[in-house]
Design a protein around this ligand. Structure first.
Ligand SMILES: [Zn+2]
Length: 290
């Protein structure tokens, strides 16, 4: 049962994240946190969790949501992912999930931006029609194992088998290649990362964790994500398309990203255009040494 697996996974995620989570500020109203000039009054948890903050006026939703889409970057390894300041990559893990994924797709379409969906094999197999909808909308597809186990606590061979099974299930459901991979719980190892990298997949790391798996309000998730992003200036944002709060907060997050001048970049698997290979495609030595 995917639900049971994911519930168990969410519990483990909470446990794994608890150390880091203790130091996170949960509070901050959207008005305070999203304002370019930060207010000096201390943040209040109650305000961030208040449903009032979800009213369109409070979130400052833009009348024209377009203009947020940025570059498309072709990458064939993690080192090719070179984001400039104010560039973000949106990633959604653990789906596809009925209703939630579709709602997220609608929001992404409204804002004209593309994301990466790191699908769990079991979920893609259970909901292939939604998986194909993600593809049809032009988003990037990645895998996230078959059953979402903690690979760091499995034997190397079992972990590799999980990754392979997950990728095959996602590819069977979507009919496209799943060239990106994310470790469940971000629990990796050097050896497994090397295996992924040598099997035509790019490891999708995380710079900004929305922590949307915590049971807080959508407003709190959006606020925390923006706070973390402002500290990094750019990066790959981790979200999950299985949570209602993620779908609920996404319009506000995208609105705020645009208001602060961010661009949403799409990653695609391929040879980076900026590399010498692209500009000197006729140069024989490059091919000879590759
Ligand atoms: Zn996950």
């Amino acid at each position: 049962m995917p639900f049971r697996v994911l519930c168990a996974a969410a519990t483990v995620a909470l446990l794994l994240s608890s150390c880091a989570g203790k130091h996170q500020t949960e509070g901050g109203t959207l008005a305070l946190s999203f304002a370019p000039t930060t207010a000096t009054s201390p943040a209040k948890k109650a305000d961030a969790d208040s449903p009032i903050a979800l009213k369109p006026a409070a979130w400052g939703r833009l009348s024209d949501p377009k203009g947020l889409a940025g570059r498309t970057i072709e990458v064939s390894s993690l080192s090719d992912v070179k984001l400039r300041d104010k560039e973000v990559v949106l990633t959604f893990d653990d789906g596809p999930m009925p209703k939630k994924t579709e709602k997220i797709l609608a929001t992404l379409d409204e804002f004209g931006v593309k994301a990466s969906f790191m699908m769990v094999g079991e979920m893609a197999k259970a909901h292939p029609e939604i998986a194909r909808e993600v593809v049809a909308d032009g988003h990037t597809i990645g895998s996230h194992t078959y059953r979402h186990p903690d690979l760091a606590h499995m034997s190397y061979d079992d972990a590799v088998a999980e990754i392979e099974k997950g990728r095959k299930a996602v590819e069977a459901a979507t009919d496209v290649e799943a060239d990106f991979f994310r470790f469940p719980y971000l629990a990796d190892s050097k050896k497994l990362r090397q295996w992924v990298g040598s099997h035509r997949m790019v490891v999708m790391d995380v710079q900004v964790d929305s922590k949307d798996y915590f049971n807080v309000s959508p407003a709190a998730v959006a606020t925390r994500t923006m706070d973390a992003l402002r500290a990094h200036h750019k990066g790959i944002i981790l979200m999950h398309d299985i949570h209602p709060r993620t779908a609920a907060m996404l319009p506000a997050l995208l609105t705020q990203l645009k208001a602060e001048g961010y661009k949403v970049v799409q990653l695609k698997y391929g040879k980076p255009a900026s590399d010498m290979v692209a500009s000197s495609a006729v140069t024989k030595p490059l091919f000879a040494t590759n």
